[in-house]
Design a protein around this ligand. Sequence first.
Ligand code: HEM
Length: 450
Amino acid sequence: MPRQCKDRIFQFRRADTDMLVLPYKYVEDIRKLPNTVASPTVAHVHNLMGSSTNMHIILCNNLHFRTLQLKLTPNLSSLTRPMQEEVNFAVEKELTQSEDEWVTVKPYHTILDLVARVSARIFLGKPVCRNAEWLEVSTQFTENVFVSLVFLRLFPMWTHGFLNWVMPSSYRGTAYVNKAKKLLVPEINRRRNAAAEGQVEPEDAKNNLLSWMMEIATPEESEASALAHLEVVMSLASIHTSQMNAVHCLYDLLAHPEHLEPIREEIRAVVRKEGPWMKWEKPAFSKLRKLDSFMRESQRFNPPTLLSMHRVLLRDARMSDGTLLQKGAHISMAVNSIQNDPDVTPEPEKFDGFRYYKLRQRAGEGHLHQFSTTQDRILNFGHGPYSCPGRFFASLEIKIILVRLLMDYEFKFKNGNERPANLRAHEFIFPNPDAEILMRARPASERLSL
Ligand code: HEM
């Protein structure tokens, strides 16, 4: 962001829309605006080119948001065990067990598979979560949405209807939504019939996002095909975001290996206190303060997007300094520039994986500076009532996966290469999907005791 724009609003012109990028002095003003005045959802739908990518369903209601806030986050303790089970299943099925031979892997895909499996377990429960078609839908829908939106943003809105007809990614995206409906509508009906007949379902079939959505949906929100569609949308919101964070962490650990042993020692200390990994409950993962700090620092260096706090104004809004933002404006904030201001992050160019760990050692700050904590100038998850409702789940999921990978495997860059460079498309930043590294199993005596 240009220096002279640090305290000023600037306009960012795109073929599809003009966007106002606000300085951080307006964070509190924006945070306080209700969504009837400044809508995050309308902004997300625009950003994701919702009417061309099937994302516009989130404009119908906020069931997805409510289910995460009212059900998923409060139930994270009971979900920890199923998440670990799913990681076990995936590690045994998909990853090398060889201690002698280094094998080449593409971390983007390896970790995508792990995250998709763990998310599916929590979004659908067993056995549907292991359905290969669902795993394909939940990962490939997102990739097609991104191909479509990166392309569509290069053209004015009035051309999108036509372009939508000729883009293969658009057809594929719609085909994935239809596939999800074909898979999940019978499952929703089965669960409804079982409930009507008073059948007692196993815990796994009750404690998952789909069943919770069915439980709290109003009659207008309950149509089975709409619930199936929302499951796909939630996969988009959750899987690649968490996967990218985990891949960046892995690369950053290899690029800054001095952090690895202290993180492993922290994990061993939790094992000594809490017992084997499968016995850990959610609070055990909260004890991994060094890992948590590393995840936050890695996110600072590799944010998923340079712009966040997107809103579309549904009415005029006056800021506390008198500035008027007009109805219809699309606003956002340059979150990475804001976080990397030396007033917020001293020596921002320095990668210090334990930066936030050290801050948490200060009196009264033990609960602050966590990966999932939002602050007025740390906005990677937004800030305020409309901030990411899935961030606590993301934090736990990434930790569960990383603990297992770091304890059970060694990794190294290929041929002594450097960290694979990130890719950029518009404001989005992501790890190179084709980058390769080497991995092998650690000796059994050093792996996590399960
Ligand atoms: C590291 C991982 C993640 C990152 C960086 C991330 C980031 C964000 C950001 C920046 C927002 C917008 C906040 C705003 O408007 O102020 C958001 C919204 C949202 N996120 Fe996340 N997120 C992550 C993981 C997840 C997960 C795991 C889920 C689901 C379990 C999820 C579900 C959502 C939903 C439903 C919304 C709101 C959409 C709406 O307004 O309708 N996110 N996320």
